[in-house]
Design a protein around this ligand. Structure first.
Ligand code: DC
Length: 219
């Protein structure tokens, strides 16, 4: 298989995939795909009474994904919906929709279209196993549910959202089971993925570890 200039970062919710992906995109000058945000946007639009293909077309037509050094923003029909997409209600709905074949199929080409021949870093659940099987470097980033709940707590607090730690841990564990036991594209490391458990690592440590892998594959 011909390998393409893509780095995939898969792993469970709040494992630090997004921060790592942004760090790599900034240092390598790569484009970035946050595939979770596509599932979240799909969930946000799912009350439109349209088929999954029609919702995907709306996303292609009206959504703009903006990258700055610190964050990724999602603009839909000129409205910044980034904070709304981070809510736990949308997270749950995205998880429900993501187990449906028609939804995954409808979003497949959009995800693939983020690769335009230049470097891309793509984060999600099935980037290395399904969408970019041909990626040059695959990473599976994980951390314990407690550690991930702590990170998510801080993220939600910074967004000014109400949070309850025990409920957050329970939600994360429930979603993990659902995402990894579903029939389609379950959350699993690709055979050729490098597995990083970041429970006891800082983001800087994860970043340097990954940089060494990138040097081997890309430079
Ligand atoms: O990474 P996230 O929390 O933003 O993802 C939201 C939901 O979307 C999550 O429950 C799993 C789903 N998802 C998926 O099934 N496949 C992906 N490639 C990315 C996310």
């Amino acid at each position: 298989m011909k390998k393409i200039n893509v780095i995939t970062i898969d792993g469970p919710s709040a494992s630090g995939k997004g921060a790592l992906a942004r760090g790599i995109a900034n240092s390598m000058g790569f484009n970035i795909l946050d595939s979770g945000v596509l599932y979240r946007l799909y969930a946000y639009l799912s009350n439109m009474n349209k088929s999954s293909d029609e919702i995907a077309t709306q996303i292609q037509k009206h959504a703009v994904f903006k990258k700055s050094k610190e964050k990724l923003s999602v603009i839909y029909k000129n409205n910044d919906v980034s904070s709304e997409l981070r809510s736990e209600i949308i997270a749950k709905s995205a998880s429900d929709h993501s187990s449906k074949k028609e939804v995954r199929d409808a979003l497949f080409n959009i995800q693939r279209s983020f690769y335009n021949g230049n470097g891309l870093v793509a984060d999600g659940r099935d980037m290395g196993t399904v969408v970019f099987k041909d990626a040059k470097l695959k990473i599976f980033l994980t951390a314990s549910p407690k550690e991930r709940a702590k990170r998510r707590y801080i993220e939600l607090q910074n967004l000014g959202q109400e949070v309850n730690m025990p409920a957050l841990i329970a939600d994360i564990e429930k979603r993990d089971i659902k995402d990894s036991s579903r029939e389609l594209s379950p959350l699993l490391p690709a055979e050729d993925a490098h597995i990083i458990d970041s429970s006891d690592m800082t983001l800087d440590e994860v970043f340097s570890f990954t940089e060494n892998l990138i040097k081997k594959e890309f430079i």
